[in-house]
Design a protein around this ligand. Structure first.
Ligand SMILES: Nc1ncnc2c1ncn2[C@@H]1O[C@H](COP(=O)(O)OP(=O)(O)OP(=O)(O)O)[C@@H](O)[C@H]1O
Ligand SMILES: [Mg+2]
Length: 258
């Protein structure tokens, strides 16, 4: 098997291509994710993280460039690619009218887990994500953080070589965040490749073997967390607040070299 789980070459995605205001969400992006690693994609709002994740999970197609998963082209071999992955999307995708238990059972059936096996796996994730108090409740009646927990927990029902998580821990309290991070580590120990997006450097630091920073649709830095931190160790974000701004101050600020 190739050492790379995911390879992305010169990937471009332009939304609203034919409109007067096209949006270039990915702009010649390159990156490689090794088999079995936890890979974190960091970037500010609108950097292109979800766009990349949606292309890699075959939900949308790139405008140009190439992306492969386990050597398979995400466009040409989309059906085969889908069999190799599971994904937690940024937007909630739980069946709100089903109970927590039924959400897991349906997801298991959808992924062809043998019927006899479903209760065992459901019990395992319910315990792992501390959801036992809610199993009979309809998801619509749960708090936002709990809904998210059910959605994230679902992907841990199935055994797929690559797991995609788009800001999986957003909206969770610190205890749930910890349970999710532990579950991700547990998956990685079993040899799965984890591709996650986050805004939070500490989360990436805690979890990831490799981190890539994306900005305006381009990969601007990649490496392990100490390498990435060393790149920004002499960078400072300074905010100055003035009660009044004289013309002289404005001129001084404009001529500042930073
Ligand atoms: N369906 C769409 N149509 C038009 N523009 C889009 C669409 N989806 C995303 N965009 C734009 O593409 C750019 C990248 O968006 P994307 O959702 O990939 O960013 P992100 O890094 O995931 O941001 P966030 O951290 O806020 O989730 C943004 O400018 C966004 O407005
Ligand atoms: Mg996003």
């Amino acid at each position: 098997m190739s050492e790379a789980a995911i390879e992305v070459e010169n990937l471009v995605k332009v939304y609203k291509e034919k409109s007067p205001h096209p949006v270039r969400a990915l702009d010649g992006l390159n990156l490689t994710v090794k088999n079995g690693e936890i890979f974190g994609l960091l970037g500010r709002n609108g950097a292109g993280k979800t766009t990349l994740l949606r292309i890699l999970t075959t939900l949308i197609q790139a405008t140009a460039g190439k992306a492969t998963l386990l050597g398979m082209d995400v466009n040409r071999d989309a059906l085969e690619v889908r069999k190799k992955l599971c994904v937690v999307l940024q937007e909630n995708a739980v069946d709100i009218f089903l109970s927590v238990w039924d959400n897991f059972a349906t997801y298991g059936r959808f992924h062809s887990i043998p019927t006899k096996e479903i209760p065992r796996r459901t019990e395992h994730v319910i315990e792992q994500f501390e959801l036992s108090d809610y199993i009979n409740q309809k998801v619509i009646d749960l708090s936002g953080g709990l809904k998210r927990r059910v959605q994230v927990a679902k992907v841990f029902m199935v055994d797929k070589p690559i797991v995609f998580l788009d800001e999986a821990t957003t909206g969770m309290d610190p205890i749930n965040k910890r349970a999710t991070i532990d579950a991700i580590r547990d998956q990685a120990k079993r040899g799965r490749t984890i591709f996650l997006t986050t805004h939070i450097l500490e989360e990436a630091e805690d979890l990831c073997d490799t981190v890539a920073i994306i900005d305006h649709g381009k990969c601007v830095a990649t490496g392990d967390v100490p390498t990435i931190k060393s790149l920004v160790s002499n960078a400072f974000d300074i905010a100055l607040i003035f009660e009044t701004l004289t013309n002289e101050t404005i001129q001084n600020c404009r001529s500042c070299p930073c």
